[in-house]
Design a protein around this ligand. Structure first.
Ligand SMILES: Nc1ncnc2c1ncn2[C@@H]1O[C@H](COP(=O)(O)OP(=O)(O)O)[C@@H](O)[C@H]1O
Ligand SMILES: [Mg+2]
Length: 357
């Protein structure tokens, strides 16, 4: 039997969401091929042993876990020798951004989801837009700047934004998630404070046109060459789909499949698959689109490389609606991880032969 390291929690504002995702994975994963070792990362970044990690798993799921007796000092050795494949279920920074993927690469272990480059590129909303625009995938017009530029040239950045956009605009940290640090700004006097707020979460900020949007999401699965699910639509319960609405008040609702014409679905699927390849994504991604209610224009808003796996999460639900069950989805993700790992190993062993021969 293979051993799966389920890594959850993590050093991000989305720690709590990750714990819910991990519990629902345990609840829904019916495959008998794997024994699952829980590996909890605390909010301050400490890795807990499997036995310590149990405290974060619902008692109902305990029987589904394998708990080897590892001392904290032996944990790194255990990660190298005791785990066959990792399943990081960490959202946001230090999880979805290439950092933990780099750690798994250094350990020499297969892991689910995107690699280092795809993860970090998709985490940065500015870089994502630059890459998508280069592939003629429409993105909402934006400007970006760093904290030092803001400190030096506040006035000229404010002027540029005022010239380029009509209000409202959205101000976002380039690297964040779950709507953290994001503001909808309705007049120029509120733009400075919104930038200050976004700069709490990242050194780089984007300002983009605020549009009257429908919010459409789609799930992608595969290794670079991928397939897309049926799209779904989110109906936010608040003025926009903010953190509270996503995780606290939960007033938002959804519809799968989204009410869209065949043509629109085809276009959105095509953009999603092209975006997945352009950004070097692997394994999975939930790709979020906007449709402007006034003009009908489609925009690719953002890409999540480790989407939520909670009972109400869109990524697995859109696959379910497309004929792939929760368990089959997880098994596919794991086999994609192993396939990529084998393929990379083949390439690197050819390389070794070449230089030594
Ligand atoms: N340009 C925009 N126009 C209209 N609504 C937006 C815009 N950008 C973001 N929003 C709203 O804010 C939410 C969060 O923004 P998003 O870019 O998806 O960030 P996050 O990575 O935190 O989910 C979106 O789901 C949407 O409701
Ligand atoms: Mg979003």
């Amino acid at each position: 039997m293979q051993t799966l390291g389920l890594v959850f929690g993590g050093r991000s504002a989305e720690h709590a969401v990750s714990v819910v995702s991990a519990n629902s994975l345990l609840n829904g994963f019916k495959s008998g091929k794997f024994r699952i070792v829980p590996l909890h990362i605390t909010v301050s970044g400490d890795w807990l042993t499997p036995a310590e990690s149990l405290a974060f798993i619902h008692p109902e799921n305990h029987a589904r876990l394998y708990i080897p007796g590892i001392e904290p000092s032996g944990l790194i050795d255990f990660l190298k020798t005791g785990i066959d494949v990792f399943f990081p279920l960490l959202h946001g920074t230090f999880g979805e951004d290439g950092t933990i993927q780099g750690f798994f690469e250094m350990l020499g272990k297969p892991y689910t989801g995107a690699g280092v480059l795809g993860s970090s590129a998709a985490m940065d909303k500015d870089i994502t837009k630059i890459i998508l625009a280069s592939g003629n995938i429409p993105v909402v017009p934006w400007i970006s700047f760093y904290d030092y530029e803001w400190e030096k040239n506040k006035e000229s950045i404010l002027n540029e934004a005022e010239k380029k956009f009509r209000f409202p605009v959205f101000v976002k940290p380039a690297n964040a998630g779950s709507s953290i640090g994001i503001s909808k700004v309705t007049e120029i006097s509120l733009l400075g404070p919104a930038v200050t707020e976004a700069l709490k979460y990242d050194q780089k900020v984007i300002i983009e046109a605020g549009l009257p949007v429908r919010e459409i999401e789609i799930s992608v699965l595969g290794n670079i060459e991928a397939k897309a699910s049926l799209p779904g639509e989110i109906f936010p319960g608040a003025e926009f789909y903010d953190y509270e609405d996503k995780y606290i008040t939960g007033k938002s609702t959804f519809k799968i499949p989204a009410d869209l014409s065949e043509d629109l679905i085809r276009i959105i699927r095509d953009y999603a698959i092209r975006a997945f390849k352009l950004l070097n994504l692997e394994g999975m991604a939930r790709i979020d689109f906007f449709i402007d209610r006034q003009t009908g224009q489609i925009y690719l808003n953002e890409i999540n490389t480790i989407p939520g796996f909670t009972p109400i999460s869109m990524y697995p639900k859109m696959w379910e609606a497309s004929g792939l069950s929760y368990s089959e989805l997880l098994e596919t993700l794991i086999s994609l991880a192993q396939h990529r790992f084998q393929k990379r190993n083949q390439i690197s062993s050819h390389f070794t032969i070449k230089i030594s021969g």
